[in-house]
Design a protein around this ligand. Structure first.
Ligand code: GLC
Length: 615
């Protein structure tokens, strides 16, 4: 025993000295690189891709996307360099909020397939080294969930699974009850719904068909952890956690009363969620601890089963000081990927390069040491990049998120530059819009960004053979589709694929980063790493021709730089050499330049510089 321990230490010492160390730490393996930085875990430089299953690929001709459709398209995911895909909810649901209203957390929605289809998807994805991440919707269930029905009936153990309150008698009409507070639901109007059977109101921060689970009840906390364990056991690599800031509401006082929320002054529409300041129903302190507890469930699973990290991505549009806490602290591990929505919430058509850099830098500043940044520019709740920021900026945005350090997250269709489809009030199905009225629904509708994926120029854009699809395919599918872009020499898809290829290089995996606004319109991001080529993303995000000086970001004027990847509108050709540091960029032109490493020169330059050691 003693001898074998000595041998172990000796081997460890030798490998450490040779700097090719493999340390075995509580069952996990991590490798030290030449520069003594531990090798990154798979997720730390991952390219994540969100699939909206209802709209991705319909395999059985019913007009609705499904699991077998996703399985059919795994090769496509592989080709576009996806390391893991997170699927919007696929669980049993009456589909009032298209799957975010779950009636059985342990089963698959029949129109999407079966548990068998799910297992097949996991197995085939694994064989291609693509990880599957599920959407975990912990804040609420469907009102058709057995738990809710039991709670309505006060079945022992389920009485307090949801937040119930008798409300108050209406002084003007004693036969009527008034809700306990003025709280408003995200989808408009009171967040309290009267339940005739139980004779009480229940809380719903989203639709009335989505009652809020009561996280002050330990039974709820336990049950939801079991949900995580169930899917972990079936082979998922993690969860995107939905609507995290809504988990807790303020504790009721001794008399069981909740306080009203103050008016925000932001809108005069009393039904609008923005009418109140949500100080008692959003970002309550207990939320962060719940995130830490879920992380522990992931860690526990890994301790018991080994393998690579299972990760969590957390959805919160909260201020950055709160998002920062999701990452964890010195005593708790937290979310691996607290979604960074800075570009979504702060970048508009009018934004200049300084705004872009401020967004990037503000997030970089909250990333704790040993954690990584992440970059989200779209999802099923946000208008598409090409519609929000204009189709001219599609390549620039993809270049920015794919060359910054950390994790990139693309929403399906962004790689081919899909845009929003306008839908009439009659064709609108999103409850966020349907709960409003024909004159304002477009402000709320999320249908435009959820239309079916455009695979080719055939019927329904190749998404489905059905006579009618659940949402219409966007009008531009003949010009914007994956097949056409694959065949075109110059397309958003080609640019995206080249960027994904580039991301695999050591400099993007482990290198340092420097970014700055070179002019009012030109964003520059330099990535460099000792002994590796230097890459600079240069993006003119504005509508005017600009001249930018690369020496500003620390590039040696004698450096030889070539165009390595160019956006679709650029007239430059690959490998063409840059002849001057004064580069002229046409409106919205973007490209990636490649040069020799000049690490010292870059490092002497202080502005917005981050090194791997900072994370
Ligand atoms: C999240 C989802 C959104 C859903 C809501 C309620 O914000 O992204 O689509 O409607 O939660 O679950």
């Amino acid at each position: 025993m003693e001898t074998s321990l000595k041998m172990l230490f000796l081997t460890l010492a030798i490998t450490l000295l040779s700097k090719q160390c493999i340390c075995v730490n509580s069952g996990f393996t991590f490798v030290l690189l030449e520069n003594d930085e531990p090798a990154k875990e798979w997720w730390q430089t991952a390219s994540l891709y969100q699939i909206y299953p209802r709209s991705f690929k319909d395999s059985n001709g019913d007009g609705i996307g499904d699991l077998n459709g996703i399985t059919e398209q795994l090769e496509y995911l592989k080709e576009i360099g996806v390391s893991a895909t997170w699927l919007s909810p696929i669980f049993r649901s009456p589909m009032k909020d298209f799957g975010y209203d779950i009636s059985d957390f342990y089963d698959i929605q029949p129109e999407y397939g079966t548990l068998g289809d799910f297992d097949k998807l996991i197995a085939e994805a694994q064989s291609l080294n693509i990880k599957i991440i599920l959407d975990f919707v912990p804040n609420h269930s469907s009102d058709q969930n057995a738990w809710f029905i039991k709670s309505v009936n006060k079945v022992p153990g389920f009485e307090d699974f949801y937040t119930w309150h008798p409300g108050y008698a209406d002084a003007n009409d004693p036969s009527k009850r008034l809700p306990p507070t003025n709280w408003i639901s995200v989808f408009r109007k009171s967040a309290w719904q009267w339940n005739e059977q139980r004779g009480e109101f229940y809380l719903h921060q989203f639709l009335a068909a989505q009652p809020d689970l009561n996280y002050r009840n330990p039974k709820v906390v336990d049950e939801m952890k079991n949900v995580l364990r169930f899917w972990l056991d079936r082979g998922v690599s993690g969860f995107r956690i939905d609507a995290v800031p809504f988990l807790f509401e303020i504790k009721a006082d001794e008399e069981g009363q909740f306080p009203n929320e103050p008016h925000s002054g932001d809108t005069n529409d009393p039904d609008d969620y923005g009418y109140l300041k949500h100080i008692f129903t959003y970002d309550q302190l207990e939320t962060i601890d719940m995130v830490y507890q879920w992380r522990e469930v992931l860690e526990e699973h890994r301790r018991q089963n080994g393998g690579e990290a299972r990760i969590m991505l957390t959805e919160s549009y909260s201020p950055l000081n709160i998002v920062a806490q999701y990452y964890g602290n010195s005593t708790h591990n937290g979310s691996h990927v607290p979604f960074n929505f800075q570009i979504i919430s702060r970048i508009w058509n009018e934004s200049n390069a300084y705004d872009y850099i401020a967004c990037i830098d503000d997030f970089m500043k909250i990333v704790p040491k040993n954690q990584v940044a992440n970059w989200v520019v779209g999802n099923h709740d946000q208008h598409r990049v090409g519609s929000r920021l204009g189709t001219d900026r599609i390549d620039a945005i993809n270049m920015i998120i794919l060359t910054l350090p950390g994790i990139s997250i693309s929403y399906n269709g962004e790689e081919i530059g899909m845009t929003d489809q306008w839908l009439s009030w009659n064709d609108t199905v999103d409850p966020a819009a349907c709960n409003s009225n024909p004159s304002i629904y477009t402000q709320f509708s999320r249908d435009p960004e959820r239309t079916p994926f455009q695979w080719n120029d055939k019927r329904n854009g190749g998404f489905s053979t059905a006579p009618k699809t659940w949402l219409p395919v966007a009008d531009n599918y003949k010009e914007v589709n994956a097949q056409k872009e694959e065949n075109d020499e110059n397309s958003h898809l080609k640019v995206y694929k080249k960027l994904k290829q580039l991301r695999k290089e050591a400099v993007f995996q482990n290198g340092d980063t420097k970014y700055m606004a070179l002019t009012q319109q030109v964003v520059a991001i330099a990535r460099y790493f000792e002994g590796e080529p230097l890459y600079i993303t240069v993006a003119n995000i504005g509508p005017f021709k600009e001249t930018a000086d690369l020496t500003e970001i620390g590039i040696n004027p004698t450096e030889t730089l070539t165009y390595h990847i160019v956006g679709v509108s650029s007239k430059h050709t690959i490998n063409e050499q840059i002849t001057s540091n004064q580069i002229v960029l046409q409106p919205f032109e973007s490209f990636i330049l490649r040069g020799k490493t000049d690490v010292n020169q870059l490092e002497s330059f202080e502005y917005f510089q981050y090194s791997v050691a900072d994370f």
